[in-house]
Structures are given as C-alpha cells and as structure tokens.
Design a protein around this ligand. Sequence first.
Ligand SMILES: Cc1cc2nc3c(=O)[nH]c(=O)nc-3n(C[C@H](O)[C@H](O)[C@H](O)COP(=O)(O)OP(=O)(O)OC[C@H]3O[C@@H](n4cnc5c(N)ncnc54)[C@H](O)[C@@H]3O)c2cc1C
Length: 589
Amino acid sequence: MDVKRRGLLLGGAGASAIWAIARLAKPEPAQAQPVTRWDREADVVVIGSGAAGLPAAIVAQEAGSSTILVEAEKDIGGHAITSGGNVPLGGGTSVQKKYGIADSPDLLFRDLTDWSVVEPNGFPDYRYNDREIIRAFADNSAACFEWLVAHGVIFVDQAPDARGGNSVGNSVPREMHAAVMDWPMVQTGKPADPAIQATFSSGNGLMRPLEAAARRAGVDILLEHRMTAIHRELPHSGPVLGIAVDNNGAIINIRARKAVVIATGGSTGNVNFRRMFDPRLTEEYCGLAGMPWSNQDASGEIAAMAIRASLWGLFNQSAEFGYSVTKAGMIGCQYGYRNLQWMPGSAVFARARATGLPVANWQNVILVNMLGQRFFDETAEQFTANDYNSIDPYLQGSWRNVKTVNYNPRNFLNAALAGIGDGHNGGGPIWAIFDADAVARARWEPTPPNVDSDGGFFFSAATLAELANKIVMKYQRVAMPPENLQATVARYNSFVDSGIDEDFGKPKPLYKIEQPPFYAAWATPVLHDTRAGLRINARCQVMDLNGEVIPGLYCGGESAGGFSQHGLARATCQGFIAGKHAAAETARL
Ligand SMILES: Cc1cc2nc3c(=O)[nH]c(=O)nc-3n(C[C@H](O)[C@H](O)[C@H](O)COP(=O)(O)OP(=O)(O)OC[C@H]3O[C@@H](n4cnc5c(N)ncnc54)[C@H](O)[C@@H]3O)c2cc1C
C-alpha cells in the first residue's frame, strides 16, 4: 500500500480512523475511504437472513453475543424460504436412528469426498470438495438437525429418503422435509391447504420458525439494509471491524465488536461474476431460481475479495452436475424455475409478473433459438447428481463404481447455451413454440397473469410468420427470420408424420404444430445454485490469498466455496458453525 496515502487517511480521520471499501454497486477495484462514525454496533453482525444467516445469528445471540442481522430485502428468508424445504442433514440424526438408518460423521464424510462418484456427463460430484470443510460439515450435521428441531422447525414425520436434494451422499437416506405447517407461503401469500400442512415440505416451514426463534432470542433484524462494503482495519490486513449498509439510500456503518458473518447466498445472479466460471452465462439468463424474492448478486464475495479474501473450489461451479444451470419448467415468464411458481397473492408477484405455464410434457412444444431453429430433443433432461442409491451397487471409494455409470452425456443445456455461431457468447433466448391444440392438451390458459406478454416473455399470432416478427424483447438481439420458423415447424410436422425426428432424435414426435393461434413462450435455461465462493476453513473463517485467516470474518452457505452440494444442509450447518465461532471471538473494545 502507498504509505504516504495511508498516513494521510489515518491522519485525516484521527486515531479512530479505519478503512472502508467503497460501495459495491459494480465489481470494480474498490477505493478505500476512511470511516469515522459507527451508527450501530453489536458483537456479531450477520449479512443475509437465509438458510445460513438465520442460524448463524440465532446461535451467536444465544451464546451471549448481541447480534445484528441485516437483510437486503423487505422480508427474511432468501432462497431458502422459496425452497422445497428438503434438508439432507445426516451423520446419525435422531430420525435416522429412529428408522434404523446407520449413518455416522465418518460415513457422511467419506460419501461427500468419494472420488469415484461420477455423473453420466463424466463429472465427479465430490472429487474437488475441500476435505477440511466437509469434515466440519460431517461432524456438525446431526447436531445442526437437532438444533433446527429444538428451534421450532417441524419435519414431516417419516423416514429420511432421497427426495429433493442432490450431491448428498450415496450410502444412506438423509433427506428430511420441513413441514410447511400453517405458515403463509411466500409463493401464494397464504397458508397451504390444512390437509397437507404436516406433510407438505416447504422452505416456509424451515425459515419462518427460525425467524421466530431469532426474534425470541433478541436478534436485531434490520430489513432493507443492504451491505455495500466490509470495513477492515487496513484494506489488506488487520481485523474486520464492521460493514456499511444501504438502507433505502441512507448509508450507515455497523460496527461488529467480534465478527461479521457473510451469508449473502451466492453469485449466480451477477452476470460478470458468474461468467468468470462460464463465459456462456450472459445477460439473457435473467430468471434465476429464487428470484424475485431475493437475488444472488455476489455482494458478499465481492466485498470480501475487496479486503483480500480468496475464492475456492472453483471447479464445482462449472461442472456438469446438479442445478447450477437448469432446464426451464415454467414457460412464458421470466422466472421459470421448475419447482417455483409465483401466484398472484405473493408479495413479490408485481415483480414476478406471471405464474408461467407449467410444462409436464415436452411433446407439446418445440424449442427454438433466436433464429427460429431447433437445437435438441425437447424431451431431453438436465444434468444429474448423486443421491442416495444413485449408484447401485455402491462401494465407497471403489474403482468398481465407475463401471456402473452409463457415460451418456446429457447435453440439452449445452446445446441451449451454444449460441448461434456469430461470435457472441450465450445461447440467447430459447422459445417454446406451440399451437392452439397444445394449449387444449396441456390445459393452459395463455393469458396474463399466467404469461408475461408486457415484459416480452410471451407472444401469440395468427400465423407463424407473424409470430416470428412479433418476437421483440431486450435479449432477442437478432430478429427471428419468419421463413426459418415456418421451415422449422414444417420440418417438425413432417417428423410427426414419419414418427422419426431425423434432426435430434426426439422419441417419436407426437403432435403437429398447425392450429392457430401460434405461441412463443420464454423457455430459456434457469440458473440456480452457486457451488463455489469464498475460501473458508473448518470454523467457516474466511481466508485470504495467502491462505491466512481474515480475523473477524466468517462465511457460510452458497457464498462459501469448497463444498459441492445443493443447498439447505450445507447452508444451515455452516451458519450453525459460523455463529458458534463468531460468538466465541474476543470482543475488540
Ligand atoms: C426454488 C428453490 C428451491 C430449492 N429447494 C431446495 C431444497 O428443497 N433443498 C435444498 O437443499 N436446497 C434447496 N434450494 C437451495 C437452497 O434454498 C439454497 O441453497 C440456500 O437457501 C442457500 O442458503 P444461503 O443462506 O447461502 O442463501 P439464501 O438462503 O439465498 O440467503 C441469502 C440472503 O442474503 C441476502 N443478501 C444478499 N446480499 C445481501 C447484502 N448485500 N446485504 C444484505 N443481505 C443480502 C438475500 O437477500 C437473502 O435473503 C432451493 C432453492 C430454490 C431457489
């Protein structure tokens, strides 16, 4: 660092001066600014109220450390509250024991570091996991589960199974399911049908009880407080001292006497950040799962990197397994993740704008790129991931396991992301094209609020040529030639006649597209998990580029790297670990 500049800033700000990293609106090299005033303070400051943040805050507060939790959005929960509530915590939980499932921290650890588990695309689920991080998860997994139960989360009363998660280990069933109970659901704005409240699994049933526990414990929850910077004594050395937050335009500084916990939920919503892992993931992938309830804008990662934090486990983000990139399941709307449908009663429906048309049978549509050309078998599926019994027979760490893997790359998503060969990155919009007969078969109502016509995610017309001409929206960077769409549909219809898809091998194409009106519905792939993030150690302390701990800085959940697993278990458990160690720090007076 420039010593003269440092002296100036310290001198100008007096003895209590510290450095702040300038606002993070853009991921650019940060500018240092002196901070002279703290508006709030607590022992521990947690950033983000999702699956990692709420447990971290509750644990810290209950351990006797006053805790402030800041949340960017108007409500708590993050992606976790929109989730399916399937929580693969294992290692010997009370429920596993009750149902005679023999699990242990060692078994869990070996499962999640098994080099021999490989997906049909050839990608290993666990090979690049950080052993130290997985060991900590395995050792704390069962305790975290019991802690959730003790803090009001009610799990569906059944044996753990294999439903809902991925990359959770092959040896034994570990999935538990948070019952929604009578908590209003963020997706609909109202409680679920009483008949299914104890059996229907939902992130609402995980996060609302944790919110209540946090409030009971005395955690100070500040909504609409978006962290914009992390303050460190000096930009590249010394302890972390607090954070800057933006509260509806007012910037305030919150001091953390002991520690700051980053639980901001990952980075796939940040176009430039995600493209470091995969250059194909350009702007048109605007329908991140979990949005618009909350974003994953990489703000935690970028703030930490500005004070020298390192990223970690980067392979896991680009690898072809799990849900990092998913096939759309709702079409005709921006937010088309298959397991999340926004209904008009939701508090965020004005931002979601449409429920989307759920696709149960891809025979009802063809999928075309910006040029109106098909690119793959529409019925093909997305990437897979390891779960209980995915490999059968399975022998941990055995060379024999690969013999049971049928190498057969699932390439739908790769074809969708391939682009149109014009030198641009990104696959561009993918449109589902269908006709009035498909609408009748699928029982769709292709009108608002089911589809988003005003936003440019849905079009209809009396002819195919007219339809192609109508497709104008911000991500359609070249016009769709009407003759292309007409030719594509005519050729596809001929495949229905012959029963053979000569271009892409779709199993027996069933339905012609011939009955007006014709429709084009947004069906572009949806981004989801972040599986790479900040480097942490077993205590969830953030590490810098020299492999040194950044004093007073912790991280858990999707913003932390080194752990390839879908969601809630690793996030809750790392929040649980981070909260404990953050509270155990010595307060800086
Ligand atoms: C639809 C859907 C279904 C899912 N289903 C499952 C499932 O069944 N099982 C499973 O294991 N996983 C599931 N997941 C994944 C799981 O929800 C996430 O992996 C998990 O919530 C990640 O926890 P987190 O704490 O890292 O992030 P989140 O839960 O997303 O929480 C991050 C929070 O940080 C806030 N935040 C971000 N930046 C800032 C900032 N700068 N300042 C202040 N606050 C900020 C966000 O607004 C958000 O509230 C699902 C996800 C989705 C979207």
